[in-house]
Design a protein around this ligand. Structure first.
Ligand SMILES: C[S@@+](CC[C@H](N)C(=O)[O-])C[C@H]1O[C@@H](n2cnc3c(N)ncnc32)[C@H](O)[C@@H]1O
Length: 270
């Protein structure tokens, strides 16, 4: 416990319970009503190991191997970003704005755990969802999530910055690309920098590089009336919208998250 305090890790009562439930397979209620009689040593070893990891600062989702997104559990591991609540706004926006097409064709760029692609495939059962990522390890996990949750998604390993995307046309392109400037590395939480994949976090020297590329290639991939929705760093709303306007997109707008921060940019090809 002292190690956690020294490391600035505040482990909540609920986190302890989640680790206990995960290590033992018994729920909090079962523990409370005393229906767990024997405690095998291996349970205690597993629980002890989880607590050690948490006190060292590892995010709970990596310890438990799951992160919640839009009401579902996604398997997560060191190769993928832990899904964030603000990214669920992309799902909300996509569900409200793809109503015109009975079977929307959707492309998710930088799918990670597959949280966006799998969620949209499940929430819009007639959709045709494709998803790409540069990380083969991430794609393995995303495909596992799709199978376990019963979603049909076509996954492909591609470098969005250099490779040509085949397929399409798409009605909607979504992306939560790496967008943290390297200059902000020192200001991020230690838990994030130490445990989350840098490939998913940092955009390199140019924090707008992914938006420049997505704006450049999307017109050739989208069907008439097609839409783009990209998550952004809250400091770059104006710059990202100008990039899309510069590539001839219409109805470019900046959408805010629940904290009133600029959180995503949406645009249409006509
Ligand atoms: C911020 S994460 C988003 C993951 C997931 N979509 C989410 O919202 O939780 C960005 C993803 O982009 C992927 N990525 C990074 N560089 C890439 C590239 N050049 N081409 C394709 N994917 C890339 C990373 O592997 C990572 O999975």
């Amino acid at each position: 416990m002292r190690r956690g305090i020294e490391a600035g890790i505040d482990v909540s009562k609920r986190e302890w319970e989640w680790m206990m439930e995960s290590a033992t397979g018994a729920t909090r209620i079962q523990w409370m009503i005393g229906s767990v009689e024997e405690i095998p040593t291996r349970w205690l070893d597993t629980f002890h190991d989880m607590v050690e990891r948490r006190l060292c600062g590892e995010p709970l989702q990596y310890i438990l191997g799951v992160g919640a997104f839009y009401g579902r559990d996604f398997e997560v591991g060191p190769s993928v970003l832990i899904p964030r609540p603000e990214t669920e706004l992309i799902v909300e926006w996509a569900l409200s704005n793809t109503g015109k097409s009975a079977a929307p064709r959707i492309l998710d760029i930088g799918t990670g755990s597959g949280c966006l692609a799998v969620t949209l495939a499940l929430e819009r059962p007639n959709s045709q969802v494709s998803a790409l990522d540069i990380s083969e390890e991430a794609l393995v996990l995303a495909a596992k999530n799709a199978v376990r949750l019963g979603a049909t998604v076509h996954f492909e390993a591609l470098n969005i910055l250099t490779d040509t995307i085949s397929g399409g046309p798409f009605d909607l392109i979504i992306s939560n690309p790496p967008y943290v400037p390297l200059s902000e590395r020192a200001t991020l939480q230690r838990e994030v920098v130490q445990y989350e994949p840098h490939l998913a976090l940092f955009a390199g020297e140019d924090p707008l590089i992914f938006y420049r590329r997505i704006a450049a290639i999307s017109p050739g991939l989208l069907a008439p009336g097609g839409l783009v929705c990209v998550e952004i760093h809250s400091n770059y709303g104006l710059e990202v919208s100008q990039i899309f306007e510069g590539h001839g997109f219409f109805q470019v707008s900046i959408q805010k998250d629940l904290s009133k921060l600029d959180r995503f940019v949406v645009a249409s090809v006509d």
